[in-house]
Design a protein around this ligand. Structure first.
Ligand code: FES
Length: 670
C-alpha cells in the first residue's frame, strides 16, 4: 500500500510504501534530513515534526495513526541532542498513512544559519567534512579482513555512499575505533568535490561522536585572530587573538621582508614564530571551548601575501620589489602538521591570493562583503600598515594595495599609541578659542566634564590612538589651525597658547597634565598626510580604472575601520565624498570571509572563482598614482568636490589654487 507524503518547508512530495521510515522516505524524495548514526536512534539529527490535520492544499488528512507508535529506542533515547517535545526520530517513525512532515532547521543537512556573533549573515552550512556513525564488529582470529576494510565497507553499506579511501593518519586510529567503541565508531570523511566520488577518511573515533570543529584565522601583520566553530551548526565556540610575534622583526611588512633580505635564515625565523603563534592560538581556542584538539578537522587561514608566503615557508623577498611575483596565487592545502600546527586530524586551507600585494585576506574580505554580488559600486577598504582596496560590482572588480605605513595605528607619531586605556580617541576643538576637549579609552566622560581630573589619576592620559589622530587633525583643519596643505598656522601663536613654536614649525598642544604634554606636531601631520594620500590615491586610481562611477557604498574593514568616525574620514579625505549613511564599518571582514569559507564549500568555491576575475592594479608602477598622491595630500583633497561633506560640516574655504570644489583645477605640489 502506498501513501502520499509531503515534506515542508521544501515542499517535496511523492508516494512511498507502508512501513518505510520517514528518513528513508525523505532520501527517496530528495528531502534534506540529517543523520550521523545511519538510522540507529543515537544521534538525534533526524528529528522531524509530524503535522496532523486536514491539508486541503495537498489533499491530505494526516492523523496520528499515519505514523507508527514511538519505538523503545525513541522512548529511551538519551542522545546529546535532546528530542524536542512533539518531534519524532525520522529513522524510527514509519509511514503508515498520508502525512505532512516538517523538517526543522536543526535537522536539515544544508541548513541556513544566521550568525550574529561573527556577522556571517545568512549562510548555508555545508562544510568540507561529514561524520558517519557505523556499527562495527571487531574481527576475530581467522577473519581475513583489516580494520580499515571493516570501516570502509561499513560506511559504504550502512550509509549507502561510495566506499571511501583512507588517510595514513586515520589508519593509525582504526583499530582503536573498532575495539573501544562498544560496537560503534564515528568516522570523519573529507568529502569529494565531485558528487558520487568517494571521500577520504581523515579520522576515526570509538563510539558516537556528535560533532566536529574547524578554526578560521585571519593572520594580520599586527594581530592574529581566530574563531573555533562547530562545523555542524555554525556556532562560534570560542574566539581569541594574539599579537603577531613577527612584530619584533619589523612593524610593517616591508621591514620584515628587509629583515629576511639582510639576515641569512631570517625567513625561517619568521616562519617559525608565526607557526608557533598559530599553534598556540588554536590550542587556546580549543581549551576555551573545552574541546579536544582531535575533533578539530580543519584550519582555514587568510593573510596578506607576505604572511601567506612566510606561513607556508616560502621566501617572501620576491614580494618586496617589482614585479612582486607570487610563488602561487591558488588556494593551498595540506595536513596542519605540515605547518607545525599540532592538530592530529586537521587539514589546513589557505585562501587564494589576488596579486603580489593583495592577498588571501582581501579575497576573504571580498567573499564577506560581496562587491561582486552587488549592482552598485562598492568600495571596500581595509586599513592596516598596508591598505587593501577593492572597488567593484557584479560586472567588474578592481583591487590594489597602498603602502600607508603604521601612522594610522599611531606608530611613528610623537604622541601616538595603540588603542589601549589612556589613549585619546575622540577630539573636538572650539573654532573660536581653539581649546580642545576629548575622550580617552577607559574614561567614560569628556575631558571638560566634572570628575575628569579625578578620573585621570586612575587612568592617566598617555597618548593618542589611530581614531584620535584622525579626529584631532580633522578638527584642527576645521578650526583653521592647519591649512588645507596641512601646515600648522604660526600666525595663531599670538591668539592661543595651544599653538606653539617648535623650531621652524609649529605644534598644537592637545593635552597637558603635570609633566605629560601631548603635542600634535607638524611632523605628525605630515605622517598622516602621507598615509592618507597613499590610501586616497589608491582609491582614486581604482575609481579612475572603473570609469569614475558614483560610489555610495564605502565599507571600512578591520580594527581601524571599526573605530573611525565616517565624517572625520571624509574631512581628512581618507575616503571620497559620499552620503554619510553609505560609509560604514564592517569589522574584520577577512576573518568573517575565512569563517564562511570554513563553513561552506560553495562559499569557498565562490572565493576561488571570484579572485580570478579581479583586475589587479599595481600602485607602485602606475604612472598616474603619483599625480593622485599629490592631489590627495591636501585636506580633504586638492580638487575633488565635497557636496555631501559640505552638508555635514563647515569646511574652511579652499586656499588659492586648490580648486572650487567642483572644478578640475590642480593645486601646486604641497
Ligand atoms: S539518524 Fe541518528 S537518530 Fe535517527
Amino acid at each position: 500500500m502506498s501513501h502520499r507524503i509531503v515534506f515542508t518547508p521544501s515542499g517535496l512530495d511523492g508516494t512511498v510504501e507502508t512501513g518505510i521510515t520517514v528518513l528513508d522516505a525523505a532520501r527517496k524524495l530528495g528531502a534534506d534530513i540529517d543523520s550521523v548514526c545511519g538510522g540507529r536512534g543515537i544521534c538525534g539529527r533526524c528529528q522531524i515534526t509530524p503535522s496532523f490535520g486536514s491539508f486541503s492544499k495537498w489533499g491530505i488528512d494526516a492523523v496520528e495513526a499515519s505514523l507508527t507508535a514511538k519505538t523503545e529506542d525513541e522512548i529511551n533515547y538519551k542522545g546529546k541532542r535532546a528530542l524536542v517535545e512533539g518531534n519524532r526520530l525520522g529513522c524510527m517513525a514509519k509511514v503508515c498513512g498520508d502525512m505532512v512532515i516538517d523538517v526543522p532547521a536543526m535537522s536539515q543537512v544544508h541548513r541556513q544559519i544566521v550568525r550574529k556573533d561573527l556577522d556571517l549573515g545568512v549562510i548555508v552550512v555545508d562544510p568540507t567534512f561529514s561524520l558517519f556513525y557505523i556499527a562495527v564488529t571487531p574481527s576475530e582470529l581467522g577473519d581475513d579482513v583489516t580494520a580499515s576494510q571493516i570501516i570502509r565497507d561499513a560506511i559504504a553499506q550502512q550509509h549507502n555512499i561510495a566506499r571511501p579511501t583512507i588517510s595514513n593518519n586515520a589508519l593509525s586510529q582504526v583499530n582503536r575505533a573498532i575495539d573501544k567503541g562498544d560496537g560503534g565508531a564515528t568516522i570523519a570523511i573529507k568529502r569529494s568535490e565531485v558528487d558520487g566520488v568517494a571521500g577520504n577518511i581523515v579520522a576515526a573515533w570509538p563510539g558516537f561522536v556528535e560533532t566536529m570543529f574547524g578554526i578560521a584565522i585571519d593572520i594580520g601583520s599586527t594581530t592574529v585572530a581566530g574563531h573555533l566553530i562547530d562545523l555542524t551548526t555554525g556556532e562560534v565556540m570560542s574566539s581569541s587573538g594574539v599579537m603577531n610575534p613577527q612584530i619584533r622583526f619589523g612593524e610593517d611588512l616591508m621591514s620584515r621582508v628587509s629583515y629576511v633580505m639582510m639576515n641569512k635564515g631570517g625567513e625561517k625565523e619568521l616562519t617559525t614564530v608565526i607557526r608557533s603563534a598559530i599553534n598556540d592560538l588554536v590550542h587556546e581556542l580549543a581549551d576555551k571551548a573545552d574541546i579536544t584538539p582531535d575533533k578539530i578537522l580543519e584550519v582555514v587561514m587568510v593573510g596578506n601575501p607576505i604572511m601567506h608566503h612566510i606561513l607556508l615557508g616560502i621566501d617572501p623577498t620576491p614580494l618586496g620589489a617589482a614585479p612582486f611575483v607570487l610563488a602561487t596565487s591558488e588556494a593551498t592545502f595540506g595536513a596542519a602538521e605540515e605547518l607545525d600546527i599540532h592538530l592530529s586530524n586537521a587539514s589546513f586551507y589557505i585562501g587564494p591570493c589576488i596579486a603580489g600585494h593583495v592577498g588571501a585576506d582581501t579575497a576573504a574580505a571580498i567573499l564577506s562583503e560581496g562587491p561582486h554580488r552587488g549592482s552598485s559600486m562598492q568600495l571596500l577598504i581595509d586599513v592596516g600598515t598596508n591598505a587593501e582596496i577593492v572597488l567593484g560590482d557584479t560586472t567588474r572588480q578592481f583591487a590594489a594595495s597602498s603602502p600607508t605605513g603604521p601612522a594610522f595605528e599611531g606608530a611613528q607619531l610623537s604622541c601616538g599609541q595603540r588603542a589601549t586605556a589612556g589613549a585619546i580617541e575622540k577630539v573636538r576643538i572650539d573654532p573660536v578659542t581653539f581649546e580642545p576637549r576629548f575622550r580617552a579609552i577607559g574614561i567614560d566622560m569628556w575631558s571638560d566634564e566634572p570628575g575628569f581630573d579625578e578620573a585621570v589619576i586612575d587612568t592617566p592620559i598617555t597618548g593618542v590612538c589611530g581614531s584620535g589622530i584622525i579626529e584631532v587633525i580633522a578638527e584642527m583643519y576645521l578650526a583653521g589651525i592647519i591649512s588645507q596643505d596641512g601646515v600648522v598656522q604660526g600666525s595663531l601663536v599670538d591668539k592661543t597658547p595651544r599653538v606653539v613654536s617648535d623650531d621652524r614649525t609649529f605644534s598644537y598642544l592637545l593635552y597637558e597634565y603635570g609633566d605629560t604634554k601631548l603635542f600634535i606636531t607638524q611632523n605628525d601631520i605630515r605622517a598622516i598626510q602621507l598615509a592618507k594620500a597613499a590610501l586616497r590615491a589608491g582609491i582614486d586610481l581604482l575609481v579612475e580604472h572603473a570609469g569614475s562611477p558614483e560610489v555610495h557604498d564605502i565599507r571600512l574593514a578591520g580594527a581601524f575601520g571599526a573605530h573611525i568616525d565616517p565624517t572625520y574620514a571624509m574631512v581628512l579625505g581618507l575616503v571620497p565624498d559620499c552620503p554619510l549613511p553609505g560609509v560604514r564599518s564592517v569589522g574584520n571582514s577577512a576573518g568573517t570571509g575565512a569563517a564562511k569559507a570554513l563553513l561552506s564549500r560553495a562559499q569557498r568555491r565562490e572565493m576561488e572563482h571570484t579572485v580570478t576575475h579581479v583586475t589587479k592594479i599595481e600602485t607602485a608602477t602606475e604612472p598616474r598614482f603619483q599625480d593622485l598622491f599629490v592631489a590627495a595630500m591636501a585636506f580633504p583633497h586638492a580638487y575633488a568636490p565635497t557636496p555631501n561633506l559640505s552638508t555635514l560640516v563647515t569646511l574652511p574655504p579652499r586656499t588659492e589654487g586648490s580648486g572650487d570644489g567642483g572644478g578640475q583645477r590642480r593645486r601646486r605640489r604641497p
